[in-house]
Write a protein of this length. Structure first.
Length: 579
């Protein structure tokens, strides 16, 4: 086996004038990272020390380019970050808001350097990174903005890849000041490190990839923390008790345990709104064990048991801790952990605790579609709220009122929320979409679920959820019936209408017959029957609340149908998520 492995900073991977070209081969999958993964990487790079290690890059060198065997998700995200920085720096230039100390050549030289990293010979037709299929088409359009920063990007709004770019450009990076943006690129992103492994044999590359993913288990911060604890003569039995809380089967979930350690510090030990980073776990907890003695682990055990209730593995999509855990709500965990551990001290009843959970759920429903505030800003705000509760010695209903007041100030308002969901919700956040559909049915339904038909919206049929999300205008290739209904037989126009509307709230409902109905016509979906005890339709003609807003007398279902239905459901949704 011949390979060349060396840790490389980004400046050596995307050089300014080099010929390096990275191509995602056809056997790979398309770009699949969501906003949460992107923001996690962004926060890690921004918070950790310069030279942060972000992972491996395995490439096949048997071509005149580097074929990416492993690392395409990171490489693509890094490229999107570079383009997002470029776009924001160009915007700042156009607004004449460049800080005085950069006004000479520094700012514009940096913009030029980013362009040279993204493009070979500064040519928008020669990208440094080549993606797959539709992603590549969108990427090429985005790269054209390096030659024409003000060009209008049309028809991309509902494509997942473009949404990820917009999230980076308009939310993650737009919040940074000009100086912070400049420093993030120059001091942090430019110096991230990847372990670049080059091989000229594809089989060797796959062996290396498999080894890293199945056998290569480096020391984690918890391994080092365990060493510190034992070095201070901490009882092994208590460490095992802590580990057992996060153990399912015979292996501890070290990622969950690491998240607990970070959240515990933010919840009880931090005196500021900033969070503990993974890179500081060992040093910080070493100090805590020194200051408090090894008995500090007793507090960790007590808090870990509560934390497990928060980050639970239950499957209920309802207004409970289980539902909150479905909503990418980790930024609220320090606040919630503090409140639950100190519930008696804060004199909070179960009803008041549930009111706080409901308020947090409504915050994250809004946040997960509007995509702001950023996770780092939201975590900081909620950490600040936790400190305020302590400093002001709040208790009981006064504490609940204060939590609701601050969260309402933080959360996107109704206007922002309605604007966000118009562009589609299913592909923005599937879990949150499922949550709101189920919650709307439970809140406003009642005609179907009763003593004869118990609520089974959270149940599994074997390994799969019994109820799934049904797209009325179907996903995938449109049958002729839908092409005729949407665009009078114009296939291309029907595809455009589908792309722009298929994931909108007004096009979604719940069904237990998704595979059977899939590509059927509108009327077939309404009249779909299966043995059901009482002979009524079991398709979208089923008497659910979600289906009441579907005009079952109409011959077709189109964009106007979606608009009208979305207006009805949106108002009910606003009623449900009101603070």
């Amino acid at each position: 086996m011949k390979l060349d492995a060396i840790a490389q900073p980004l400046t050596n991977i995307f050089t300014l004038d080099g010929p390096e070209k990275y191509v995602v081969p056809r056997y790979q999958r398309n770009y699949s990272w969501g906003d949460t993964q992107i923001e996690t990487l962004f926060n890690d790079i921004n918070i950790e020390e310069s030279g942060y290690y972000v992972g491996n890059l395995i490439v096949d060198t048997s071509h005149d380019y580097f074929s990416v065997i492993d690392g395409q998700q990171r490489l693509t995200t890094i490229s999107l970050l570079l383009l997002g920085i470029y776009a924001n720096m160009e915007r700042i230039s156009a607004e004449k808001k460049v800080p005085a100390k950069y006004e000479n050549s520094l700012w514009h030289e940096t913009i030029g350097d980013i362009k040279r990293k993204l493009l070979i010979d500064k040519d928008p037709d020669q990208p440094r990174l080549t993606l797959l299929g539709k992603d590549q088409n969108i990427w090429m359009q985005l790269l054209q903005t390096t030659s024409n920063p003000t060009m209008e990007l049309k028809g991309l709004g509902n494509y997942s890849f473009f949404k990820r770019y917009k999230y980076i450009r308009d939310i993650l990076l737009a919040d940074l000041s000009a100086e912070d943006l400049y420093k993030f690129y120059l001091k942090k992103l430019n110096h991230i490190v990847l372990l670049v492994i080059k091989t000229s044999d594809l089989n060797d590359g796959y062996q290396i990839f498999s080894s890293f993913n199945s056998k290569g288990v480096p020391l984690t911060p918890l391994d080092l923390l365990k060493g510190i604890y034992f070095s201070k003569d901490g009882p092994e039995s208590k460490w095992e008790t802590l580990t057992d809380i996060f153990t399912d089967g015979d292996r501890a979930d070290e990622k969950k345990m690491t998240r607990f350690v970070q959240n515990n510090f933010d919840a009880f030990e931090s005196t500021s709104s900033s969070s503990l980073t993974k890179g500081n776990i060992v040093r910080t907890y070493g100090s805590l064990f020194t200051e408090n003695g090894t008995n500090y682990i007793d507090q960790l055990i007590e808090r870990a048991r509560v934390y497990q209730q928060i980050e639970n593995d239950e499957d209920a999509y309802d207004y409970s801790l289980s539902g909150l855990a479905k909503l990418d709500s980790t930024t609220s965990y320090p606040l919630l952990l503090n409140i639950l551990v100190k519930q008696e001290e804060y004199q909070i009843s179960e009803a008041q605790k549930n009111e706080i959970i409901r308020t947090l759920i409504n915050l994250f429903i809004r946040r997960n579609f509007v995509l702001k505030p950023k996770a780092s800003n939201l975590r900081s705000s909620l950490n600040r709220l936790r400190i305020d509760i302590s400093d002001q010695k709040l208790q009981g209903q006064e504490l609940v009122y204060y939590v609701k007041k601050i969260i309402k100030e933080i959360a996107p308002d109704d206007e922002e929320f309605l604007a966000a969901i118009k562009s589609g919700i299913y592909d923005t956040n599937y879990q949150t979409t499922r949550f709101i559909l189920i919650s709307l049915e439970r809140r406003f339904g009642g005609d179907w679920f009763n003593k004869n038909h118990p609520d089974n919206l959270d149940e599994y049929d074997g390994r799969h959820l019994r109820w799934t999300i049904e797209h009325i205008i179907p996903q995938g290739e449109l049958p002729d019936t839908w092409i005729n209904d949407l665009a009078n037989g114009d296939k291309e126009e029907a595809k455009n209408i589908q792309d722009e509307n298929v994931h909108r709230l007004g096009n979604l409902t719940l069904t237990i017959y998704n595979p059977e109905m899939g590509q059927k016509s509108f009327q077939e979906k309404i009249n779909y029957h299966e043995t059901d005890g009482n002979g009524e339709p079991v398709g979208i003609g089923k008497s659910l609340f979600l289906n009441q807003s579907i005009d079952k007398e109409a011959n077709t279902f189109n964009v106007q149908s979606i608009d009208e239905r979305e207006k009805i459901l949106s108002q009910k949704l606003l009623e449900m998520i009101a603070f």
